[in-house]
Design a binder for this molecule. Structure first.
Ligand code: SF4
Length: 237
């Protein structure tokens, strides 16, 4: 799988290759079972039920790094953060920031286009309870590393959604940028900022999960601040 990821010469190639990955038996079973049993509200829909590739601009200056696709969101629609409440909050914020052409993301063919930003996750298959194992995280790391390598020429800022994504960045820093991660690792927090040399700036942001947005732990204003800061650091107008 490391070799398959490394062979991808562009993003289209990478997206096609990752969509056909079966490296984690537990996650393959889960993504397919969810696609078979479905949620009642979507029973008439055909679920994607595969790994979910990254989405967005190939010349992105900002990347959003998430945890993993949602069982009835990305795993259903085939596009990351698409078709669930987390995506509703995220894409509304990207639209307010001028980084998305529309405020909603409901299906892979809904016309959504991103400018200057690309979204991907540390683990590409929906995990049970949103909890991948360390082995699954490590299995999937080559896909993330290859994607970052392919957009490295333009990438300036990475927004890590939650502590899992924040932690998943350090191996990328090592593998893609050849930099030894700081020790001890900087702690994740909302608004946390780590700056390296010759590597993207890293910004922490609470995850756009329902648990955070419904309780007010993460508000639209807080997201606007993060994306405003990301745009400033990345030199995006
Ligand atoms: S989680 Fe990643 S490595 Fe595991 S099967 Fe899915 S795409 Fe492959």
């Amino acid at each position: 799988m490391v070799a398959r990821a490394a062979r991808a010469t562009d993003l289209a190639d990478l997206d096609a290759a990752v969509s056909d990955c079966f490296a984690c038996p537990r996650l393959v079973r889960w993504r397919e079972e969810v696609a078979r049993t479905r949620r009642a509200a979507f029973r008439d829909q055909e679920y994607w039920g595969r790994p979910v590739p990254g989405f967005g601009a190939a010349d992105a200056r900002i990347a959003i790094l998430g945890l993993a696709p949602a069982a009835h969101g990305g795993n259903r629609t085939g596009r990351i953060f698409t078709g669930d409440r987390s995506g509703d909050v995220l894409f509304a914020a990207l639209h307010r920031a001028g980084l998305a052409n529309q405020p909603t993301s409901v299906a892979a063919d809904d016309g959504l286009a991103l400018r200057d930003i690309r979204i991907f996750s540390a683990v590409r298959c929906a995990p049970p309870d949103n909890k991948p194992t360390p082995e699954e995280r490590d299995n999937c790391a080559p896909w993330l590393q290859r994607e970052v390598t392919l957009i490295r020429p333009t990438l300036r800022v990475v927004v890590a959604l939650g502590a899992f994504a924040w932690a998943a960045w350090w191996p990328v820093l090592h593998q893609v940028y050849g930099q030894r991660p700081p020790s001890p690792r900087p702690r994740f927090g909302h608004g946390a900022h780590w700056s390296g040399t010759a590597a993207p700036e890293l910004l922490g942001c609470y995850h756009v999960s329902q648990q955070n947005t419904f309780t007010g732990r993460l508000t639209p204003g807080m997201l606007d601040d993060v994306f405003g800061r990301a745009k400033q650091l990345a030199g995006v107008d």
